[in-house]
Design a protein around this ligand. Structure first.
Ligand code: ADP
Ligand code: MG
Length: 618
C-alpha cells in the first residue's frame, strides 16, 4: 500500500526535504501543524503562547492588512474593515448567501447574483479566496519562522459537506498564498487521524465526529475500512456555535444587572468589551464553578449552574442533529465505535456529558479540541510525503476516468469524486460490419474530447467474432482498487471473449495539475460542447450513410430508378457535408436523406415481411 506515497509525477520516492504542513482553515480560528520527531505538533505564535490564529483579516486605512489576534481586536470597533467568517463565503454566489447577509458586519457585493461573491472594503473588492489566502499566508509565515525554511506544500482541511466549488476555492486560496495544496482533506477524517483512528491496516470502524466550533456545528458519521474513509452522512447547523453561548451570557447579564441596552448597541468599544468578557466567562466555566468580574465598575458574575441552564437548549439542538445524522447513515447508536470531539466549544462540560450520554460511551477528548483537525491534517501530509509507508488514505477519486469513443469523444465510466474502491461498467458495440478488434483507450479528465484529457493507456480487445455492426455487446468495466490502481476489463458478452489490463491511475498527477485540468475544463466547456456537437453529428451521419448504402444494396430491386438516383445523390450530399465542420449543414443533409428514404424503407420492410410470411424467404 505504500505506492501511494511515491511521487509518481517525478517517478521517484518523495525525498523532498520540504515539510508538508497540515492546515485547519477554520471559520473562527485557523492553525498550522507539522510532524516533528514523529509527533504532530500545532505551531505556536512568536511568544510561544497560542496555536490559534483567529480567522479575521483587518484592512488598515493605508490598505495594509492585519491577520489573527490583532485583527480580532478590531472586529467590533471597525466592522466594515474587518472581515471574519470568510469560510462561509467560499465558493458561494450572492444567491447562496443573500438570506444570511445580515450576519456579516461587512459588505457583501451582489454584482452578479450567479457569480461568486465578493467583499467590499473601502473602495476595493476582495474575493473570499483572496481573503482566505491572507490567513493562509500568515500561517505559512508562522511555520516558516519555526522551521527556518520555505514551506511550499500543504494539506488543507474542509468540512465534509463542502462541495466542489468550495473545495476548489479553498485550493485556489492555497495557491494564491504560495502553497501547493497536495490534498484537500475532510475535517472529520483529519480529526479521526489525530486520534490514531483509521491509521491501522485491516481496521473497520464506524465513528461519529462531533465538531462544535465558534459559529458552526457539524456532526459526521464516517465508516473507516482499511484506510478508506467514507462519509456516511453529515448534519449540523451552520449558525450554531460558541458565539451563541457567548450571546446567552450577555443576554443574562443584561437582564440581571440592568446593563444599558442602548449603550450596548451604540458604543462599540463597550459592546466589544462585554462580548470578550462573556467569552472569557464561558471559557472559565469550562474548568470552574463561578466566574466573577466587573464591567465599568459594576460587579457581575455567572455560575456554571446558571450557564448550563442557559445553554441547554443549544446543546439539545446538536443532539437532535446527531440523531438525524445517524438516521441518514442508517446506523444505530450501539454501532458507533468511537466518538471524536472537535472544536473549542466541546470543552464545555455540559456539551461533553450530553454527547457521551447520547452515544452511551466515553468520548475521545484527550487532545486539544482546537488542534485535532490541524494535527490530523499534518498526519495526512506526512503520509503524502511518503513517511508512513504502511498507509494509504483516500476518500474520493479526484478526476473522471473513461474511454475514447468514436470521433475522439470522452465517455466517462467512473465520474470524478466517486468513492474508492469503485467498480463501474458500460456497454459498447462495433461501428463497422465484421469488426473483430476494438481499441480501448483509457483517459482521465473532465474535458469532452480525449485529446484534452490525460491518456492512461490503451489495449486492443481481439477475437471478437465477425458480426454485423451494432450487434456485438462489448462491456468495458473499470475496477478502481484502494491503491488507486485501475484495472480495465473488456468483454464481448455474446462470445465471452475478454481481456483485462491494469493501469496506474490518477496519482500520476499532482493536485496542481488536476486543478489546472479542472479549471481548463470549465473554461473550455463552451468550445468543447460545440466540437462535441459537430463530432456527434458526424458520427450519426456516417452511420446513416452506411445504412443508406446497405439499404440500396439489399433492397435496390424494390425501388424505381429515380428513387435509387435520388437516394444516391442525397447520400453524396451528406458525405460532402461530413467533410465540413458545420453541424447544421450536416444535420440538414441527414434530415433530407432520412425523410426521403424513410417511406422507401417502410415499403421495403413490408415487402420483406410479406415475402417471409409467404415462405419465399427464410
Ligand atoms: P472554528 O472551527 O469554527 O474555527 P474553533 O474550533 O476554533 O472554531 O472554536 C472556537 C470556539 O470555541 C469559540 O467560540 C471559543 O469561544 C470556544 N472555546 C474555546 N475555548 C473554550 C473553552 N475553554 N470553553 C468553552 N468554549 C471555548
Ligand atoms: Mg473547526
Amino acid at each position: 500500500m505504500a505506492k501511494f506515497a511515491i511521487n509518481l509525477k517525478k517517478g521517484t520516492i518523495a525525498k523532498d526535504s520540504d515539510v508538508i504542513v497540515g492546515i485547519d482553515l477554520g471559520t473562527t480560528n485557523s492553525l498550522v501543524a507539522y510532524i516533528k520527531d514523529g509527533e504532530s505538533v500545532a505551531v505556536k505564535d512568536e511568544n510561544g503562547k497560542n496555536t490559534l490564529v483567529p480567522s479575521v483579516v483587518h484592512f488598515k486605512a493605508d490598505g495594509s492588512t492585519l491577520v489573527g489576534e490583532e485583527a480580532k481586536q478590531k472586529l467590533v470597533t471597525e466592522p466594515e474593515n474587518t472581515i471574519y467568517s470568510v469560510k462561509r463565503l467560499m465558493g458561494k454566489s450572492f444567491n447562496d448567501v443573500e438570506s444570511v447577509e445580515q450576519y456579516f458586519g461587512y459588505k457583501i457585493i451582489n454584482e452578479d447574483e450567479d457569480k461568486l461573491v465578493k467583499v467590499r472594503v473601502g473602495d476595493k473588492f476582495y474575493t473570499p479566496i483572496e481573503l482566505s489566502s491572507f490567513i493562509l499566508e500568515s500561517l505559512k509565515k508562522r511555520i516558516e519562522k519555526v522551521l527556518d525554511a520555505t514551506v511550499r506544500k500543504a494539506v488543507i482541511t474542509v468540512p465534509a459537506y463542502f462541495n466542489d466549488a468550495q473545495r476548489q476555492a479553498t485550493r485556489d486560496a492555497g495557491k494564491l498564498a504560495g502553497l501547493d495544496v497536495l490534498r484537500i482533506v475532510n475535517e472529520p477524517m483529519a480529526a479521526s487521524l489525530a486520534y490514531g483512528i483509521g491509521l491501522k491496516a485491516d481496521e473497520t470502524k464506524t465513528i461519529a465526529v462531533y465538531d462544535l466550533g465558534g459559529g458552526t456545528f457539524d456532526i459526521s458519521i464516517l465508516q473507516i475500512d482499511n484506510g478508506i474513509f467514507e462519509v456516511l452522512s453529515t448534519n449540523g447547523d451552520t449558525f450554531l456555535g460558541g458565539d451563541d453561548f457567548d450571546r446567552a451570557i450577555i443576554d443574562y447579564w443584561v437582564d440581571t444587572y440592568n446593563i444599558d441596552k442602548e449603550l450596548l448597541s451604540t458604543d462599540k468599544n463597550f459592546s466589544q468589551k462585554v462580548r470578550l468578557l462573556a467569552e472569557e466567562a464561558k471559557k472559565v466555566l469550562s474548568s470552574t464553578d463561578t466566574f466573577k468580574s466587573e464591567i465599568n465598575g459594576l460587579n457581575i458574575e455567572i455560575t456554571l449552574e446558571k450557564f448550563n441552564e442557559l445553554v441547554q437548549p443549544l446543546v439539545n439542538r446538536t443532539i437532535k442533529a446527531c440523531k438525524n445524522a445517524l438516521k441518514d447513515a442508517e446506523i444505530n447508536v450501539p454501532e458507533i465505535d468511537s466518538v471524536v470531539m472537535v472544536g473549542g466549544s466541546t470543552r464545555i462540560p455540559l456539551v461533553k456529558s450530553s454527547v457521551a450520554t447520547f452515544f452511551g460511551k466515553e468520548v475521545n477528548d484527550s487532545l486539544n479540541p482546537d488542534e485535532v483537525v490541524a494535527k490530523g491534517a499534518a498526519i495526512q501530509a506526512d503520509v503524502l510525503a511518503g513517511n508512513n509507508k504502511n498507509l494509504l488514505l483516500i476518500d474520493i477519486t479526484p478526476l473522471s476516468l473513461g474511454i475514447e469513443t468514436v470521433g475522439g469523444l470522452m465517455d466517462t465510466i467512473i465520474p470524478r469524486n466517486s468513492k474508492v474502491p469503485n467498480r463501474s461498467a458500460r456497454q459498447y458495440t462495433t461501428s463497422v460490419d465484421g469488426q473483430t478488434k476494438l481499441k480501448v483507450a483509457v483517459f482521465q479528465g473532465e474535458r469532452d474530447l480525449v485529446t484534452h484529457n490525460r491518456k492512461l493507456g490503451e489495449f486492443i480487445l481481439t477475437g471478437i467474432p465477425p458480426m454485423p455492426m451494432g450487434l456485438p455487446k462489448i462491456e468495458i468495466q473499470f475496477i478502481l482498487d484502494a491503491d488507486g490502481i485501475l484495472k480495465v476489463k473488456a468483454k464481448e458478452l455474446r462470445s465471452g471473449v475478454e481481456q483485462t489490463v491494469e493501469m496506474r491511475s490518477q496519482y500520476g498527477l499532482s493536485e496542481e495539475e488536476m486543478a489546472e485540468m479542472l479549471i481548463d475544463s470549465i473554461q473550455n466547456a463552451q468550445s468543447d460542447m460545440a466540437k462535441r456537437a459537430v463530432l456527434e453529428a458526424k458520427n450519426e451521419a456516417n452511420n446513416i450513410i452506411r445504412s443508406a448504402e446497405k439499404f440500396l444494396e439489399q433492397n435496390g430491386r424494390l425501388l424505381t430508378e429515380e428513387e435509387i438516383a435520388t437516394t444516391q445523390s442525397l447520400t453524396t450530399a451528406l458525405k460532402k457535408s461530413v467533410e465540413g465542420e458545420d453541424k447544421d449543414v450536416i444535420n440538414q443533409a441527414m434530415d433530407d436523406l432520412n425523410q426521403f428514404t424513410s417511406p422507401l424503407a417502410h415499403r421495403a420492410m413490408d415487402v420483406n415481411i410479406k415475402e417471409a410470411m409467404s415462405g419465399r424467404k427464410v
